[in-house]
Design a binder for this molecule. Structure first.
Ligand code: FMN
Length: 354
């Protein structure tokens, strides 16, 4: 046999024994994943898991309105968010309200705070403190003080109202009395029209204030009452260019009280009164004083002033009216431009959070 024939025979024999099916499979499995192997799709499935691992583990939840450790508050039924301090006084306060809510009757003091007794003492750690609007402190161990202004004294800090601007705090607290409720349950504000009786009392000569009053009544369901002058104002009367016109004379006379044509029945039934008027030389018309001094409005009534004007703001008109009836709860008012949109009125009412 020739050498090249011997070599060819050896090559054929090596191919025959080296590539048996068994060897081919094991080589392929070790190096390249089989493409059409029926076992392969199952290998791509996710690993079976321990049934316990598969369960989504969720913490047991307290109802949203009763989360452990939370302390909620409302002032005159307006919920306020408070960042509470972490100290023994707040812990004790929490213990106190766990059983039942507490309501604190507060009175205005010093033109910068509302203060009221808790009826019992909490642990105190008084330090010299200068307060800012929104601060809530413990005074003398048993008084809660809520600030809309500033004062320096020895207090124990309890927390701070974090969801109200300085203006909103003033509107909420700058009145003779408020009540503060503290609870371990979430406090929802009561809907405006549930049990409150609303009135819109307004005076208007050229009907700009009248249309705002009508929007308010329509939106809130308030009873509408027009303050009508016994002697109607003529065009000559409202001539502000004439120094001797009726309005010029009345507005310059501190004692002027123009008579009202007819009084409103049972005004003491109303809890909230929207009080509307035009701006005359930066102030409310004198007939508004006639109304406030003569009407038997009950002490707890909330008064919300509003006015219309050509360009002036509300100025001191509402604060001066407040002096004529200081025992009522006056909220910050709002001036509307002549022809203000209905939406501006409804947005303002919504923002009051009553
Ligand atoms: C006597 C008089 C004085 C006024 N003084 C002011 C004023 O000081 N500033 C202002 O912006 N508008 C002033 N106005 C415009 C009225 O405030 C404005 O027209 C208002 O909307 C009128 O309200 P009414 O239509 O409800 O009467 C005055 C109007 C009158 C008749």
């Amino acid at each position: 046999m020739k050498w090249n024939n011997i070599l060819s025979l050896l090559l054929v024999l090596s191919l025959f024994f080296g590539c048996s099916e068994e060897n081919k499979t094991s080589q392929t499995a070790a190096n390249v994943p089989p493409q059409n192997d029926p076992v392969a799709p199952e290998q791509n499935q996710p690993e079976p898991q321990d049934p316990i691992d598969q369960q989504e583990i969720t913490e047991p939840q307290m109802p949203a309105d009763q989360q452990e450790g939370m302390l909620y508050a409302a002032i005159d039924n307006v919920p306020v968010t408070i960042q509470w301090e972490e100290n023994d006084s707040v812990k004790a306060l929490h213990e106190l309200v766990k059983g039942s809510d507490i309501t604190i009757d507060m009175s205005q003091y010093g033109g910068f705070e509302q203060v009221g007794s808790l009826g019992q003492s909490l642990p105190k750690n008084d330090v010299q403190t200068t307060t800012a609007p929104g601060d809530i402190v413990l005074y003398s161990g048993n008084q809660i003080v809520v600030f809309y202004g500033s004062n320096s004294w020895d207090y124990t800090r309890l927390g701070k109202i974090s969801d109200k601007s300085e203006t909103e705090l003033k509107a909420l607290l700058d009145k003779e009395n408020v009540t503060m409720k503290i609870s371990s349950k979430n406090i929802q504000s009561e809907p405006l029209s549930s049990d409150k009786k609303l009135l819109v009392a307004y005076f208007s000569v050229t009907k700009h204030t009248k249309s705002i009053a009508e929007y308010i009544s329509e939106y809130t369901g308030a009873t509408l009452y027009e303050i009508v002058s016994e002697t109607p104002y003529t065009d000559a009367d409202i001539n502000y260019g004439d120094k001797s016109s009726r309005t010029s004379l009345e507005q310059n006379d501190p004692n002027a009280r123009p008579a009202i044509a007819s009084t409103i029945e049972d005004i003491e039934q109303y809890d909230i009164i929207y009080l509307g008027y035009p701006i005359w030389w930066g102030e409310a018309p004198k007939i508004m004083y006639t109304f406030l001094e003569g009407a038997q409005i009950k002490v707890s009534t909330t008064i919300i002033p509003f006015c219309t004007s050509a360009s002036s703001g509300m100025g001191t008109s509402a604060t001066n009216l407040k002096e004529a009836a200081p025992s009522l709860n006056w909220l910050e008012g709002r001036r509307f431009a002549i022809g203000a949109e209905k939406s501006a009125v409804t947005e303002w009412i919504d923002s009051l959070n009553l």
